[in-house]
Structure formats: C-alpha cells, structure tokens
Design a protein around this ligand. Structure first.
Ligand code: NDP
Length: 480
C-alpha cells in the first residue's frame, strides 16, 4: 500500500510520530493509501525550513521565480493522465472531469501566476512639486495555505502559485481526505528543482496540522478555503495575532431562471451547475428559482434530465456522477434529504443512496436529487448541503426572487438566466454574491476577483487580488 509522505525542506519524509491515517477510495470503500498523521512538530519543521528559504527566494527576480512555476506547470501537463486518475481515485469524481477540469486548471494556476507576477506593478502618487510617494509591494514571509477536498489540486495550487510568485515561502495542508495529488505535486516540485523549503506540504488532520499552521507566530499570512465554521475557528485564532487572512467559505447559491431565457442552453447548464462533481463545488447552484409561467415545463424537463444522468464507476468514461468523497459526507447529504422530507418537501427524483455492482458495490454514491415544495427560509434552503441535491421553487416577480436569493447567510455565487439585458444588469447589481453569472456558469477568467460576501468569506483571490493579498504595501515618501 502506498504511503504518502510530507514534503519538508525539499525532502519527502514520514511524520515524526510515524503514524498514518487510512485513506479510502470513495468508489470502492477500500483503503488504498496511508496519509501522514502529522502534528505540531512536523509543522514547526516545515515553518523553520520555509523561514530559512525565504530570504533567498524573495531575493530572486520575479522572472526566476516564474521560471520555476512554469516548469512545475509543464510537469503537471506532462502527467495529466496519471494525475487525473489519482484525483479520481482519491476524491471519487469522474476521471473524465479530473482530466478536463481539475488537472488542467492546476497547471493553468502556475502558468497564470508565472506571467502575472511579471506584469505586477504598483502605484506612484506625486504631490505637485513637493514630494513623490511610491508604493512597494513586498512579499510577507511564510504563507499558510489550507485547502478542502472537493477540487483538491485545483484549489491547492490556486493558493500556492500566487504566494510563491509574489516571493513568499509556503507551508500548505491539503485535506486529509484527498492528499494524493498534493503528494504527487511535491514529487514534481523536486523534479522541477524548486529550492528546498520554498514549498512545504504537511499532511494530516485540520485540528492538528491546520490548527498548528494557523497559530504559528511565524506564519503571518493565511489563505484558507473550506467550510464557514472552520473559517470562523481560524479567524478567531488569527485575529488576535493580527495575521493577514483570506477566507473562501461555504455557499448556498441561487440559480434564477426567468421565462424569457434561452431555454435549451439554460437547461443544459443548470444540469451541470446542479450536479457537476456530485454537487461538491462551492459554486454549484443549489436553490433553483423558476419564473411561475415556465415552472411546470422546467420541472418536467429538469427532472427527466436528472433521472437520465449516469451514476457509475468514476473510472468509467461514461460516468457523469461519481462517488461522494467520504461515507460521513454521504450520510450528511442523506440526512439533509430526510430533513427536507420532514420539512414538507417532495422528492421529485433521487433522494437515496445508489448501490452499484461489481468493483464499486461498497462505494458511496448518491442519486442526483430534486426537491420541491419547501419555503425559502427552511433549513434545507438555508444550510449548505454540498452534494447532488437541489430545491425548486417558483417565483412571481423580480422583487420576490431577489428576496429569496439574498435571504441566506451566504453570498458566494449566483446564476441568472434572462434575455432581457436591462433586467440582467439590474438583478446582478442587487444580488448579494461575490460572483454573478449571467446566462452561463463556471465561466472563469483567472484575472477576475474571486470570493464571497457575508458568511461566504472575507477577501478576494484571483488575478491581481491574490498578488496584493500575498504582498505588503509600503508607501515611501520622498521630499523633492
Ligand atoms: P473544512 O472546513 O472541513 O476543511 C477545509 C480544510 O481546513 C481541510 O484541509 C481541513 O482539514 C482544514 N481544517 C479543519 N479544521 C481546521 C482547523 N481547526 N484549523 C485549520 N484547518 C482546519 O471544509 P471541507 O474540506 O469539508 O470542504 C468543504 C467546504 O469548503 C464547503 O463548505 C465548501 O463550500 C467550501 N468551499 C469553498 C470554496 C470557495 O471558494 N468559497 C471552494 C471550495 C469549497 P481536515 O480535512 O482534516 O478537516
């Protein structure tokens, strides 16, 4: 059985405790690898090695740092097939999705920031004949990067790449549920000749490794993606230490469908925005609001399309939905379906565990589920389920649907379907969401600011926002 190793000071090492966590394949339920059960002493080693590497790394030119990032991107693209397979086995997602989205995007993250850092500039503020102010944007030091299990390598590299490009060294922790591609990345960093200590990857539980990174006094900047509750715990530790913090948290995203939309495109995309990656994407639209006049037609078509989705072995190219990441998460999703029933919801399709035959007979699969008849303020419509479960509700007016859409504690993303240009801009402006898609979903330009409002997070990632986050602005005033 393969034992994953930590990547500290340029070397692949076992945890100091020499204890490991069993890592199951969600499609079969079988343990297939072992993950270091690291703890504070491993994090201390990683932070020390990052701090020692920092002066030389931050002194390199941005072009030199970029060339390391480009080399890593090239190796990720070279190993597309191997990494896609690893991501699929580790997470349960269809291998076709990992090949099309997760791994190419991880490579793009490095490519994007290799280029972006060379375009990064800062401001000057001349004071008419008196003085000149200019702003320096210097790296901060050792950055802590903590990421979740749903898009493992994609989100892990989305943090690491800008942190390194800006001249920081990194101590990173992937989710212990999906550590494999982070481990393979550490092998590729060694192959790319990344200097020891520049990137350190410590595997293990959040309450041990994640917490030790968060409270370490020599980690002044933290980038976290994960659940809102965990984000609050991290913020409570980091705030009194005045750490710089970026939090990308949960969502309960509305998908608003007006009767005048391009119906076929909307239907195709809404199937994807509901069930891609088994609904385990923070940007999935889980509350679907449909204008009353097309509600019945939409319900009929959407339920038929949902029922026709193929839930299968993630390694089968035909599989459209794979396994849920863990047994515990599957049980949480099914408990929410039960809650929806108790709240008076009607399950139109799905609502149960799916049992496959053969290799995947002990895997954790949930049928894509559509529920209607729930009020917008019930728990099912307020709390993040993070699985292949959506609710349908009709609406009468723009004002009413804006009330529904904005009526949760979250504010991450929203989708909006209408051919009425004026309405599209008006509604987008009033939606409380960090990201609004009009007549599309998950169309991403890496230059754009990414993040959520309200309990979906603090700060923005992406493009120049991430480079600003991972640098400290210093104003220099020169009297003329
Ligand atoms: P969690 O919050 O449970 O975990 C995220 C990461 O934090 C994991 O690596 C976890 O380790 C670690 N962690 C847990 N406890 C602590 C702690 N006390 N201190 C430091 N680190 C800790 O989220 P999930 O992994 O379950 O991911 C799903 C969540 O992520 C959903 O809420 C989803 O909406 C959100 N998400 C948000 C995105 C966004 O961009 N806004 C994008 C993708 C997901 P461990 O695995 O051991 O628990």
């Amino acid at each position: 059985m393969q034992s994953i190793k930590n990547y500290i000071n340029g070397e692949l090492v076992d945890p100091i405790s020499e204890t490991f966590i069993e890592n199951p394949d969600p499609a079969t339920g079988a343990i297939y690898s072992l993950v270091p059960d690291s703890d504070e002493p491993d994090v201390l080693k990683a932070v020390t090695s990052a701090a020692e590497a920092y002066p030389a790394w931050s002194d390199r030119s941005s072009l030199e740092r970029a060339s390391f990032l480009s080399s890593i991107a090239g190796l990720l693209r070279r190993d597309l097939e191997r990494l896609s397979l690893a991501e699929s086995v580790d997470n349960g997602k269809p291998v076709s999705l990992a090949r099309a989205i997760d791994i190419p995007r991880a490579a793009s993250n490095f490519e994007f920031y290799a280029t972006a850092i060379q375009q990064f500039s800062s401001e000057a503020h001349p004071m008419e004949g008196t003085a000149l102010n200019y702003t320096l944007r210097n790296p901060i030091g050792v950055a802590g990067c903590i990421s979740p299990w749903n898009l493992p390598l994609y989100l892990f590299t989305w943090k690491i790449a800008p942190a390194l490009a800006a001249g920081n060294c990194v101590v990173a922790k992937p989710s212990e549920l999906t550590p494999m591609t982070a481990y393979l990345l550490s092998e590729l960093c060694i192959e790319a000749g990344l200097p020891p200590g520049v990137l350190n990857i410590v595997h293990g539980y959040g309450h041990k490794v994640g917490s030790a990174i968060t409270r370490h006094p020599d980690v002044p900047v933290l980038s976290f993606t994960g659940g809102t509750k965990t984000g609050a715990t991290i913020a409570a530790t980091a705030a009194p230490m005045f750490k710089k913090l970026s939090l990308e948290l949960g969502g309960k995203n509305p998908n608003i469908i007006f009767a005048d939309c391009d119906y076929d495109t909307m239907l195709d995309t809404t199937i994807r925005s509901s069930f891609a990656n088994q609904g385990e994407i923070c940007l999935c639209g889980s509350r679907i609001y449909v204008e009353q006049s097309i509600y019945d037609k939409f319900r009929r078509d959407f339920v038929a399309r949902t029922a026709a989705l193929t839930i299968d072995d993630p390694l089968d190219e035909k599989s459209q939905l794979g396994a849920i990441v863990s047994k515990a998460h599957m049980e949480k999703i099914l408990a929410y379906v039960e809650l929806a029933r108790q709240e008076g919801g009607e399950i139109l399709v799905g609502g149960k565990q799916v049992y496959l035959e053969g290799r995947c007979r002990d895997g954790w699969f949930v049928a894509p589920t559509v529920i209607e008849g729930l009020s917008s303020d019930c728990r099912t419509n307020q709390e993040e389920i993070f699985g292949p479960v959506v609710t349908l509700s009709p609406f009468e007016s723009e004002e009413e649907v804006l009330g529904f859409a904005n009526g949760t504690a979250y504010g991450l993303a929203a989708s909006l379907w209408t051919e009425n240009l004026t309405r599209a801009h008006r509604v987008a402006n009033h939606l409380q969401a960090g990201i609004v898609w009009i007549n599309c979903w998950m169309l991403r330009d890496l230059r754009t600011p990414f993040g959520g409002m309200k309990q979906s997070g603090v700060g923005r990632e992406g493009g120049i926002e991430a480079l600003r986050f991972f640098t400290e602005a210093k104003n220099v005033c020169v009297k003329i």
